[in-house]
Design a protein around this ligand. Structure first.
Ligand SMILES: Nc1ncnc2c1ncn2[C@@H]1O[C@H](COP(=O)(O)OP(=O)(O)OP(=O)(O)O)[C@@H](O)[C@H]1O
Ligand SMILES: [Mg+2]
Length: 278
């Protein structure tokens, strides 16, 4: 498979659902190079899912732009695909048919669909389950089918909205490792939203902390650790502690009402402009 991936450029993105609702996020600027794994962490309600929906072209933002290799994202595409918390599979179909459905709709010949699906099932370690009904699979295996269904279309960007949060720790850890290693092997960009600091440290090249109301990127941290990453590795644990402190400082300052720490992470003009909007 060819190396792919995109340069993601998000310019001054802001969103509010209706003119009466509060601003969801404000002045989000992200520049992510080809092949980067970017993890956005933030508390519930700060706007992570909304941001991912905009990135996937599933929702138009109120203002600002998203471009991939200079091309504006305006609609969904198999080139930028989203994985959700629930796998959303077709329960009456086999694994093979679920994974090949996009190719079927794209009118690929049957033989080529089978070859491509077999290749992708190998990537996600489900080669022995091609003929199984998806209902007979565990939650983790179903999420692997959803991953394979995304990968079969050869996306450049995989958007992940807490896709492992419903899984047990063991299953989650193995999927985290596999998704990162597949993305690195194929050169795909990842943008993932999570509450989970461990997940960010295990999967990210770079982490962005989103906080506040309206939500904003308030901090970023390069996660320059070697692969494969093991939870018990001292370097991984040190990075985790560092990110935990950053996350605590960034989000604590938003909730304790003191306002002291927000000044450390936002420039004065930005704080003023947020206050004007709320
Ligand atoms: N369809 C909608 N209409 C109006 N407001 C919405 C809609 N969807 C989300 N919101 C609001 O936008 C804000 C951000 O929601 P979003 O789902 O993006 O947060 P999140 O960071 O993904 O949270 P979580 O971690 O719980 O998934 C919340 O205040 C939410 O109530
Ligand atoms: Mg969400």
């Amino acid at each position: 498979m060819a190396i792919r991936g995109v340069h993601i450029k998000i310019n001054d993105l802001n969103h509010r659902y209706t003119s009466k609702s509060p601003i969801t996020f404000h002045r989000v600027n992200i520049d992510s190079p080809q092949g980067e794994s970017l993890v956005i962490i933030g508390r519930s309600g700060c706007g992570k899912s909304t941001l991912l929906h905009v990135l996937a072209g599933l929702m138009r933002p109120t203002g600002g732009t998203v471009s991939l290799n200079g091309e504006l994202v305006k609609a969904p595409s198999p080139r930028w695909v989203m994985m959700f918390q629930a796998p959303h599979l077709f329960p009456w179909m086999t694994v093979e048919h679920n994974v090949g459905i996009g190719l079927h709709f794209a009118h690929w010949p049957k033989k080529e669909i089978k070859e491509r699906v077999t290749e992708v099932l190998g990537l996600v370690h489900l080669e022995d389950y091609a003929d199984s009904n998806v209902q007979d699979l565990s939650g983790g295996q179903q999420q692997r089918v959803a991953l394979a269904r995304s990968l079969v279309m050869e996306p450049e960007l995989l958007l992940l909205d807490e896709p492992f949060s419903a899984l047990d720790t063991f299953t989650r850890t193995s999927l985290q490792k596999d998704v990162r290693s597949i993305a690195k092997r194929l050169g795909i960009n990842l943008v993932m939203a999570t509450h989970d600091i461990d997940e960010a440290v295990l999967m990210a090249d770079r982490t962005l902390v989103m906080a506040g109301a309206p939500g904003k990127i308030v901090h970023e941290l390069a996660v320059d650790l070697d692969d494969p990453r093991e939870r018990q590795d001292p370097a991984v644990q040190a990075m985790r502690a560092n990110l935990m402190q950053i996350f605590h400082d960034a989000t604590h300052s938003q909730t304790d009402g003191s306002g002291s720490k927000i000044d450390d992470v936002l420039s004065e003009t930005e704080v003023v402009s947020i206050n004007q909007h709320v």
